[in-house]
Write a protein that binds this ligand. Structure first.
Ligand code: ADP
Ligand code: MG
Length: 597
C-alpha cells in the first residue's frame, strides 16, 4: 500500500486509545477536569458500568458559551500557555485532549455555565463530529454526559471486562480521589444506588473506612514527614495487615494518582524484613513537592512521573514510612481466649486489642537523631555501641526505635523455645526465628561497615546447581563476595565454596550456597540494597539454629543477649514474630486475681 495521511477521524481514534481505555478512564478525565475547575462537589452517575452512560456534574468555574467548541477540540486547553509551563504543572490536566478523545469515541454532551452568565450553553459531539451548540438553562458549573462509549470502535468494546470489573475500576478510582481530596464532596451513583458518598469535611480517616472497612481503617498508621520542600502524608498498614499483591499501594503526587511509581520500591523496602515474603502493605500516600521537581508529561494518561531528584525523594519516602512503622511495631500478646479456649470472651473482643503497641509493652524506647545505634557484643562480653548511618533506617527528627526490655532467661522448652522473664511478664521466644533475626542484623551491620570477616574453609566444598541457577549465579559472584563468601566456578554448573563469613563458621557451606542462589531469579527490585537484604535473610534463615536443637545454657543466654540488641527484635527477617508476650496483667486475669475486662 502507498503511504497515506490518516483521516482526522482515524487519527483521533488512535490518539483516543491512549487516553480512553475503559469507562473508568472517562470518569478519571472528567473528575480531574472538575477538580481543576475548583469544584467543591462532584457527582458521578454511571449506568451499566459506564457502557450505557457516564455523567459527571460539578459546581466548578464552568466554561463560557463561546469556548465550548474549543473545549472539545484537540490540543485546546486553558491550563497551559507555553512549552515552558510544561515544567511546572499545577493542574491535573494540561494536554488538552481528554474531552476531544472521549468525544471521538462516544456521544458527548457538555452543558456549562459560568458565574454571572445569563444562561448556560450546551454542545453535542457524536463520534468526533460536532452536532451544534445551543443556549439552555443550567446551574453554575459543568455537566458532561458520555453515552454509548466505544459505539463506533467495536474492537475496544470487546476488550472491556465484565461489568463487575469495570465497575470496580470506577469505584476504586473514585474512592482514591475522594481520599486525596477530602474537602471535596464526592458522590457516586451506579444505576439507582449511591455507592460512595463523602461529606467533603476534610476528614480522611472516615473516607479510609469506605475504602478498606472500619476495622482496617482504625488500624492504619499515620505518616507525616517534611523535609526540604518534600512533604509526605497519608496512611500505611501495620505489619499485621497485608495483601498478596501491590495493588493497594497508592501514591498521589501533587494531587495526582500515579500508578507506575518508582516509589513502590521505596515503600516495600521500608517494610523489608517486617513482612513475610510475598506479602505487601496497604498504603495511601500523598507526596507533595515543587511542581518543577517532577515531570508529569511522560505518559498520555499521566499515570507515570519522573522526579528530578529521584534518589532524594526515594530515600525520603522510605525513611518516613520506616519511621512511622517502627514507632508502632507491635509485639503480639496472646489473648487468653486462644490460650485457654475461652470462646465467648474471644468473640467479644476486637482483634485489634490483641496487639499491644510497642510503646505500652514495657520496652525501652530509645530516640536517636540521624543515627541508629546498634550494639554488638565484644569477645570480652562488654558492649560496644556502634553508630551506623544505615541508609533507609536512619532519619532526621525524632526516631523511635523499639528495643526489647532486659530479659532474664528462665530456660528452654521443647528444644525450640526460650522462656524469659521481663519487667512486664513472660516472653516465649522462638529460638529459630530469634537466631535468624540476630544473624541477619549482624550480617547487614557488617555489610554496612564494608567488613564482613570471612574465613577460609579447611576443605573447599563443591556444589552442583541446576543450569538455570548456575547461569544466574555467574552474574552474581561478586554479590556473594561482598557477603564474605568466596565462590569459584569449578566445571559445568559446579562451584566451589572456599570461604564463608566468620558469622556462619561451622555451618554447612553447601546449604549456604544453595540458599544464596535460591531465588535469584525472583528478585524484582532493581535495587542492589534490596536484593542483598533478601539474599542475606535467606541465608540466615537456612543457617539459624533449628527448632529441636538443644542449646546449652550459655548459648541460650547469648542468643537472648543478641536479640535484645537487635533493632527489630520482634520479628524474623521474613516477618514472623520471634516472640510471644504473656503480660503480668493477662496472667493475673487468668488466675482470677483481677476481674475480666
Ligand atoms: P485539559 O484538562 O488537559 O486542559 P480537556 O480536554 O480535559 O483538557 O479539557 C479542555 C478544557 O476544557 C480545559 O482546559 C478547561 O478549560 C475546560 N474544561 C473541561 N472540563 C471542565 C470543567 N468540568 N469545568 C470547567 N472547565 C472545564
Ligand atoms: Mg482534562
Amino acid at each position: 500500500m502507498p503511504i497515506r495521511l490518516l483521516s482526522p477521524e482515524v487519527a483521533s481514534q488512535i490518539a483516543a486509545g491512549e487516553v480512553v481505555e475503559r469507562p473508568a478512564s472517562v470518569v478519571k478525565e472528567l473528575v480531574e477536569n472538575a477538580l481543576d475547575a475548583g469544584a467543591r462537589s462532584i457527582v458521578v452517575k454511571v449506568e451499566e458500568a459506564g457502557r450505557r452512560s457516564i455523567e459527571v456534574a460539578d459546581d466548578g468555574c464552568g466554561i463560557p458559551a463561546d469556548e465550548l467548541r474549543l473545549a472539545v477540540s484537540r490540543h485546546a486547553t486553558s491550563k497551559l500557555a507555553s512549552a515552558k509551563d510544561l515544567f511546572s504543572i499545577v493542574t491535573l490536566g494540561f494536554r488538552g485532549e481528554a474531552l476531544a478523545s472521549i468525544a471521538s469515541v462516544s456521544r458527548l454532551t457538555l452543558t456549562s455555565r459560568v458565574a454571572g452568565a445569563e444562561s448556560g450553553a450546551r454542545i453535542r459531539v457524536e463520534g468526533g463530529a460536532e452536532r451544534g451548540v445551543e443556549r439552555c438553562g443550567a446551574a453554575v458549573g459543568t455537566v458532561v454526559r458520555v453515552e454509548d462509549l466505544f459505539y463506533n470502535v467495536p474492537a475496544r468494546l470487546k476488550f472491556l471486562k465484565s461489568d463487575v470489573t469495570e465497575r470496580r475500576a470506577i469505584d476504586t478510582f473514585l474512592a482514591r480521589y475522594a481520599l486525596a481530596y477530602p474537602s471535596v464532596r464526592f458522590e457516586l451513583v451506579e444505576g439507582k444506588n449511591v455507592t460512595l458518598q463523602t461529606p467533603g469535611d476534610g476528614d480522611r480517616r472516615a473516607i479510609l473506612a469506605t475504602l478498606y472497612g472500619v476495622e482496617t481503617a482504625r488500624q492504619m498508621l499515620d505518616v507525616l514527614a517534611e523535609e526540604d520542600g518534600l512533604r509526605l502524608s497519608g496512611f500505611i498498614s501495620p505489619t499485621s495487615i497485608t495483601r498478596s499483591n501491590r495493588r493497594e499501594m497508592t501514591f498521589f503526587i501533587n494531587g495526582r494518582w500515579v500508578q507506575d511509581v518508582p516509589l513502590n520500591a521505596a515503600l516495600t523496602q521500608a517494610y523489608h524484613t517486617l513482612l513475610m515474603v510475598g506479602r505487601y502493605p496497604l498504603a495511601m500516600l500523598f507526596l507533595e513537592m515543587d511542581a518543577a521537581a517532577v515531570d508529569v508529561n511522560v505518559h498520555p494518561a499521566k499515570a507515570e512521573v519522573r522526579f528530578r531528584e529521584q534518589e532524594r525523594v526515594f530515600g525520603f519516602v522510605q525513611r518516613a514510612v520506616r519511621r512511622a512503622l517502627l514507632a508502632y511495631t507491635p509485639v503480639p500478646s496472646v489473648p487468653p481466649a486462644t490460650l485457654w479456649g475461652n470462646r465467648a470472651s474471644a468473640e467479644a473482643r476486637e482483634p485489634g486489642l490483641d496487639w499491644k503497641m510497642a510503646g505500652e509493652a514495657g520496652g525501652q524506647l530509645s530516640g536517636d537523631r540521624d543515627q541508629l545505634s546498634v550494639s554488638s557484643v565484644q569477645p570480652s562480653g562488654g558492649r560496644e555501641q556502634v553508630a551506623v548511618n544505615q541508609k533507609g533506617v536512619s532519619a532526621e527528627g525524632e526516631q523511635r526505635l523499639v528495643h526489647l526490655p532486659l530479659l532474664r532467661l528462665v530456660g528452654q522448652v521443647g528444644a525450640a523455645y526460650l522462656v524469659a522473664e521481663g519487667p512486664d511478664g513472660l516472653y516465649l521466644i522462638d529460638q529459630h526465628a530469634a537466631h535468624e533475626r540476630v544473624l541477619f542484623e549482624k550480617l547487614m551491620l557488617q555489610r554496612a561497615k564494608q567488613v564482613i570477616p570471612s574465613q577460609a574453609l579447611l576443605e573447599p566444598v563443591s556444589v552442583t546447581l541446576p543450569p538455570a541457577q548456575a547461569r544466574l549465579l555467574d552474574g552474581q559472584l561478586d554479590v556473594l563476595h561482598r557477603f564474605g563468601f568466596e565462590v569459584e566456578a569449578f566445571g559445568p554448573h559446579t562451584y566451589q565454596v572456599r570461604a564463608m563469613p566468620v558469622l556462619f563458621a561451622g555451618s554447612d557451606a553447601a546449604a549456604a550456597l544453595r540458599a544464596l542462589v535460591e531465588d535469584f531469579e525472583e528478585d524484582e527490585m532493581p535495587l542492589q540494597q534490596e536484593v542483598e537484604a533478601r539474599i542475606a535473610a535467606r541465608v540466615c534463615k537456612r543457617l539459624a539454629v533449628k527448632a529441636g536443637q538443644a542449646l546449652s545454657g550459655e548459648e541460650q543466654r547469648a542468643l537472648l543477649n543478641d536479640l535484645e540488641r537487635c533493632t527489630s527484635p520482634r520479628t524474623c527477617p521474613h516477618g514472623r514474630p520471634t516472640m510471644i508476650h504473656l503480660s503480668v496483667d493477662m496472667l493475673e486475669r487468668q488466675f482470677g486475681r483481677k476481674g475480666p475486662r
